[in-house]
Design a protein around this ligand. Structure first.
Ligand code: GDP
Length: 296
């Protein structure tokens, strides 16, 4: 189910309340059942859905609602609030400092859009007054350095990397040391991915995290991976201290559930979304407008 469909189904469920002459516990139950199905079809993690649907049920107490109140509006507001809370992590969103170097490490599976997103992130911050530089610590995949170089050149972002050094930790540490001495206040490390979650990938990430001590680790996730989103995000979180999430490919056939599940699994906020292959297809994530857009 694509994102727009998820929103459509939830809106539909809410609209049906208009047609009921009496809005009571039973009608609310029917409406929440439909919303539960819509969220499941959009690949949101089951446990996560149940917790939030129960919150809505507990927040609406028909015995305490006086006659004159617009119950449909109250239910709509409760659903809106809960969808926002589903996407809101307790953790504050990370913003790099200006003037003093912040180190940002990107992690994610191969193909998630990590390398593209590193450059998009750098470019976004450059436009907003930061002075970013990139490090290619992906020594695993042949061609990774060239790919990042191509993107970085297009976006006019300086890049540190090596064609010969095979130790990603060495490249990252040297890169951070070098770039810190220069004028950069946002040092972005692109790490290698694998096609699937592998012990070797997680070990490499841990070593890179220990050696470069990033201010934030950003987990990049492809929004179209279905129910495995929760487990994948959790596996990354268990290996490194993920502090923020970027969801890619929220254009085209993207599913909405991935974003919701990644937040639940990492307990970290979504900070940006990728909405296409182009460098400028990148948006700051805003929970309320995301939910408003979702509900149309
Ligand atoms: P990596 O292996 O994780 O570094 O992934 P890449 O950055 O190489 O991206 C894999 C593919 O996904 C490339 O073809 C990108 O152009 C594409 N891609 C990345 N982000 C987006 C996005 O937000 N939307 C779409 N449609 N494609 C994207």
């Amino acid at each position: 189910m694509v994102l727009a469909e998820l929103g459509g189904c939830i809106s539909n469920a809410l609209r049906k309340l208009n047609n009921s002459s009496v809005i009571d516990k039973k009608e609310l139950g029917k409406c929440l059942n439909e919303i539960t199905h819509a969220l499941r079809d959009a690949d949101v993690n089951f446990e996560f859905i149940n917790r939030h649907i129960n919150n809505i049920k507990n927040n609406i107490n028909f015995d305490h609602l006086s006659e004159g109140l617009n119950k449909r509006k109250i239910i709509e507001q409760a659903v809106f609030n809960e969808l926002c809370s589903l996407l809101n992590s307790e953790k504050p969103s990370f913003t790099p400092r200006k003037g003093k170097p912040s180190i940002v490490m990107f992690v994610g599976l191969q193909g998630s859009g990590k390398t593209t997103t590193c450059t998009k992130y750098a470019r976004h911050h450059k436009k907003n007054g930061w002075n970013p530089a990139l490090i290619c610590a992906d020594t695993f995949r042949a061609g990774a350095f060239d790919q990042l170089k191509q993107n970085a050149t297009k976006a006019k972002i300086p890049l540190y990397g090596s064609y010969t050094e095979l130790d990603p930790v060495k490249v990252a540490v040297e890169g951070v040391e070098r770039l810190k001495k220069e004028v950069y206040d946002l040092i972005i490390i692109d790490t290698s991915g694998r096609h699937k979650q592998e012990a070797s990938l997680f070990e490499e990430m841990r070593q890179l995290e220990q050696a470069t001590k990033p201010d934030v680790v950003i987990f990049v996730m492809d929004s179209s991976i279905g129910q495995s989103a929760f487990d994948q995000a959790q596996a990354f979180k268990q290996s490194v201290d993920v502090g923020a999430v970027i969801i890619t490919k929220l254009d085209g056939h993207a599913k909405g559930g991935g974003a919701l599940s990644a937040v639940a699994a990492t307990d970290s906020p979504v900070i940006f979304i990728g909405t296409g292959e182009h460098m400028d297809d990148f948006e700051e994530f805003n929970t309320q407008s995301f939910v408003l857009r979702l509900l149309g």
